[in-house]
Design a protein around this ligand. Structure first.
Ligand code: SF4
Length: 360
């Protein structure tokens, strides 16, 4: 297929596909699906080989959110039966991270529900980052705390955070249909603040909320404008008790096409297979490893994933390998100072004290 050869060639050159080309990927037939996976898989292997990075979520604060994101089980007025609790203490969060790190996770994602952190919350998270990094040298820590106010990204960076996650989720045109308490530009602004403070930006989308193919392409292109280093692709888990409870729109084939489209638009970014992979990709999950180079290990924020060992077995059975702590995830042109594998250890051993490089 000319389209797929063109897209694979562009991906190898980090060249942005046209909007029509990205749309055409979503419109391919089931007969063409393996060709789509093979073409996008070529791009994935070019930038990331057969490595799979493992990430582990720690939910620092769950539920009780004043925002009304309609996909979210923690939203204002949610009737979803989820655990609700306020901030984990730093040592509790560090213990919670243990399980993932023992399973091979390289990155711990510290997530808190809410519109955004207060300055006191930033203090708590800073202590948590120290507690984790003191016990696990070289681990990457990503914070996901909502909308940031002026100066908060810099404080997280100084506290040792490597990355900040804030997803765009859906297209600008449909954002108002899924959330009324903040808007698309608020989200873009937070991603820019994180980047401005030297944090590695992580920003992605949620598919399956009733959006059109055009919306999916729009959010993928809006993300490319921000150029995050990691792009999580979530598939909606329609929680009972939320407005999107009956939105079961995805098939495994569509989920694979969406991942392929995102890979073509973000060829050299860490495309992460995130929430909903088990329920929507089901037995097709191993094929998704040809498209995404990163997954969450184990459970998600308010839902259970498959057991960590099943993920590790799946990776091995599909012919992929877990990315080790001695390997740098991103291609060289995307590396952030201090995030090269081994840099942190080397700098600490040199006794650089406060002269740690940005992001270390
Ligand atoms: S996505 Fe975040 S901001 Fe939105 S309702 Fe859920 S916890 Fe609150």
């Amino acid at each position: 297929m000319d389209l797929l050869n063109t897209l694979a060639d562009k991906g190898l050159r980090r060249e942005l596909p046209t909007r029509d080309e990205a749309l055409a990927v979503l419109e391919t037939s089931d007969d063409e699906l393996l060709d789509v996976v093979a073409a996008a898989g070529k791009v994935r292997r070019h930038w990331f080989g057969r490595r799979v990075k493992l990430n582990y979520l720690v939910n620092l604060k769950s539920g009780l959110c004043p925002e009304d994101c309609s996909y979210c089980s923690q939203r204002l007025g949610s009737k979803a039966e989820i655990l609700k609790y306020t901030w984990l203490k730093p040592d509790e969060a560090a213990s919670a991270a243990e399980a993932g790190l023992k399973g091979g996770a390289k990155r711990v994602c510290l997530v808190a529900s809410g519109r955004g952190p207060t300055d006191r919350d930033i203090d708590r998270v800073s202590q948590t980052i120290s507690a984790i990094k003191d016990q696990h040298e070289g681990v990457e820590v990503c914070a996901c705390l909502g909308l940031l106010s002026e100066g908060q990204a810099a404080r997280l960076q100084e506290a040792g955070a490597d990355a900040y996650n804030h997803n765009l989720n859906t297209s600008e045109a449909t954002y108002g249909e899924i959330c009324t308490t903040h808007d698309f530009s608020d989200r873009q602004e937070t991603v820019r603040q994180a980047q401005g403070a030297g944090l590695s930006a992580c920003s992605g989308l949620i598919a399956g909320m009733g959006e059109s193919d055009g919306d999916l392409v729009d959010v993928a292109f809006a993300l490319r404008e921000l150029d995050p280093d990691s792009v999580p692709v979530n598939f909606l888990i329609p929680f009972e008790g939320t407005p999107l409870a009956d939105q079961w729109n995805l098939t495994p084939q569509r989920a694979l096409r969406i991942l392929a489209m995102v890979r073509f638009v973000h060829p050299d970014a860490e495309v992460r297979l995130a929430a909903g992979r088990e329920v929507h990709l089901r037995t097709m999950q191993p094929l998704a490893l040809h498209l995404a180079n990163s997954i969450f290990l184990g459970d998600y924020l308010t839902s259970e994933g498959q057991a960590g060992q099943s993920d590790l077995d799946m990776i091995a059975d599909a012919g992929f390998e877990v990315e080790g702590t001695g390997t740098t995830t991103l291609p060289e042109h995307r590396e952030h100072p201090g995030q090269r594998a081994g840099d942190l250890v080397a700098v600490r051993r040199r006794g650089a004290g406060t002269a740690l490089p940005p992001n270390a």
